[in-house]
Design a protein around this ligand. Structure first.
Ligand SMILES: NC(=O)c1ccc[n+]([C@@H]2O[C@H](COP(=O)([O-])OP(=O)(O)OC[C@H]3O[C@@H](n4cnc5c(N)ncnc54)[C@H](OP(=O)(O)O)[C@@H]3O)[C@@H](O)[C@H]2O)c1
Length: 333
């Protein structure tokens, strides 16, 4: 099968298209024919190994000290595709099922991937193409987790910082579904899109610092982790919740102190992916309550270009990698 190999940490052109052996599912695994995958910020951070000092060593030990370990050498963290085969112990899926899933141990930039059937895998939303469905797992599951961690209630004033990316576009929509008044913060070119997916107010962070404009919120979800900690806490109402979507060690300690000494809660939101949550997202999509925003599509062989584009920061919503066919239509037509 074709796969994008990640032989060393570095810029986009370390990625190489190679032919490798197609994996065989173990007893508890499914083999998925990948139709579409994505490139998002997390893929680029992983490829160049761009992490804060405090996380650097533990992550290098996990992923490979000098170069990526062999078992993680195919990048790609989410996909949509069709079940090609199932292991002997798998009862919940069968050949031909159309599914979408995060690939927690990578491997989505390939024609086929094996995943444990107990991973967060769900039937693809019936009203989405494979390309659209591939954009949902990582961004959607993180967004759902962040909104839940913020305990967003009807009528809450919610601010989402970094709202136009893979996670933020879903966080805006899920917060709206929860009944919140949503302020979305991102760069100027992306604000029309944010209004189109339901944001009530938008702030261009290049023109205005939301932590200095005197407004306060019940919940602040900082997806990008770029707002000032102390001023963000000051921008919370009494009993407000500050969700750190991209937490640093320092934020964890400050957050503990704030939570212990005030009515405000600071939550470091590290997401664990669950199939039931993916089904929840599928249900919202099929009910017409949530959609995705696709900026660009690239074929698998143009993965280097796709990574380069995502690194420019211009991406609005999602960038899709089409692995099989045109990724747009279902195999049934
Ligand atoms: N907590 C977790 O479990 C978890 C899971 C997955 C990912 N993450 C992390 O979450 C982060 C965001 O992921 P993503 O995929 O949503 O990224 P993304 O698609 O790149 O979106 C980030 C958005 O934030 C905007 N932005 C950049 N600087 C900003 C600032 N100072 N203020 C406000 N907005 C700003 C960017 O716009 P411009 O480029 O135009 O400025 C972009 O639209 C990544 O660092 C990722 O590693 C955390």
């Amino acid at each position: 099968m074709r796969a994008i190999i990640w032989p060393k940490y570095g810029p986009p052109d370390v990625l190489q298209l190679k032919v490798v052996e197609t994996p065989t599912p173990k007893g508890d695994e499914v083999l998925i024919k990948v139709v579409a995958a994505t490139v998002f910020a997390g893929d680029c951070e992983m490829r160049r190994f761009d992490f804060p000092m405090s996380f650097w060593l533990p992550l290098r030990l996990m992923f490979g000290l000098r170069k990526p370990k062999r078992k993680v050498q195919i990048l790609g963290q989410e996909l949509a595709g069709e079940i090609e085969a199932v292991g002997k112990d798998v009862t919940q899926f069968k050949k031909g099922d159309q599914v979408f899933a995060p690939a927690e141990k990578f491997g989505a930039y390939a024609d086929y991937i094996c995943l444990p059937a107990t991973d967060a895998i769900a039937r693809k939303p019936a009203n989405m193409s494979y390309e659209e469905a591939a954009t949902v797992p990582v961004g959607g599951l993180n967004a759902l987790h962040f909104v839940r961690k913020g305990n967003v209630q009807t009528g809450d004033e919610v601010l989402i910082n970094g709202a136009a990316g893979s996670i933020g576009t879903f966080a805006v929509q899920i917060a709206k579904i929860a009944g919140a008044e949503v302020t979305a913060v991102d760069s100027s070119r992306k604000l029309d899109m944010l209004r189109s997916i339901g944001a009530d107010e938008v702030i261009d962070y290049t023109q205005e610092d939301f932590t200095r404009n005197g407004k306060t919120y019940d919940v602040i979800i900082d997806v990008v982790g770029k707002s000032s900690y102390s001023r963000s806490v000051t921008s919370l109402n009494e009993n407000g919740r500050y969700v750190l979507g991209n937490p640093r060690f320092s934020g964890l300690f400050k957050g503990l102190w704030t939570s212990l000494t005030s009515s405000k809660k600071v939550i470091a939101a590290l997401t664990g992916y669950k199939a039931e949550d993916l089904v929840c997202l599928k249900d919202l999509i099929e009910a017409g309550k949530m959609k995705t925003v696709i900026d660009r599509r690239y074929p698998l062989e143009d993965i280097v270009e796709a990574h380069r584009y995502v690194e420019t920061g211009q991406k609005t919503g999602h960038v899709v990698i089409t692995v099989a066919g045109d990724g747009k239509s279902d195999p049934d037509g």
